[in-house]
Design a protein around this ligand. Structure first.
Ligand SMILES: [Zn+2]
Length: 147
């Protein structure tokens, strides 16, 4: 409401007019007033814009999410899946090589225990993250089916 109405027209009537909640007499009054009052025309225009913006957001929100989520979900799922694959191959390869080196190497038992213990802990963490991820992926799919 940038300009004020010289006639101090009731702005609530404009909202009512927009919502179609007025009596026929009031509606007529607003229409006539809007025709010759630039200030109220501006205010009414703002109301319409505002209303359209909220309506559009409300109506489009689920749609936007749906359309946005597909490519984004697919891409991130692919890259994440590939990332996990590379990480697993790397971890297994490195661990296997390291363990083989250690098992055949001259290190003493304490060192071996330390390395194997650490590896065991890392593996446990890794598995728990993996399980969580799989569970999330399943719920995501379930949610997608539900929509
Ligand atoms: Zn006015």
């Amino acid at each position: 409401m940038t300009a004020t109405c010289p006639d101090r027209f009731d702005q609530a009537l404009l909202t009512g007019y927009l919502d179609g909640e007025l009596t026929q007499a009031d509606e007529q009054r607003v229409r006539i007033h809007l025709e010759d009052c630039a200030a109220c025309r501006g205010a009414y225009g703002e109301l319409v814009t505002l209303r359209e913006a909220t309506m559009t957001t409300r109506l489009d929100e689920p749609n936007d999410l749906q359309w946005d989520e597909r490519p984004r979900g697919l891409f991130s799922a692919l890259s994440r899946g590939f990332g996990w694959l590379v990480l697993i191959v790397w971890a297994v390869g490195t661990a296997g090589y390291g363990l083989w080196q250690l098992a055949t190497g001259p290190e003493n038992m304490a060192e071996k225990l330390m390395v194997f213990g650490g590896l065991f802990g890392v593996t446990l963490l890794f598995v728990s993250i993996l399980v969580d991820r799989l569970r999330t992926a399943r719920t995501d799919r379930y949610r997608e089916v539900q929509r």
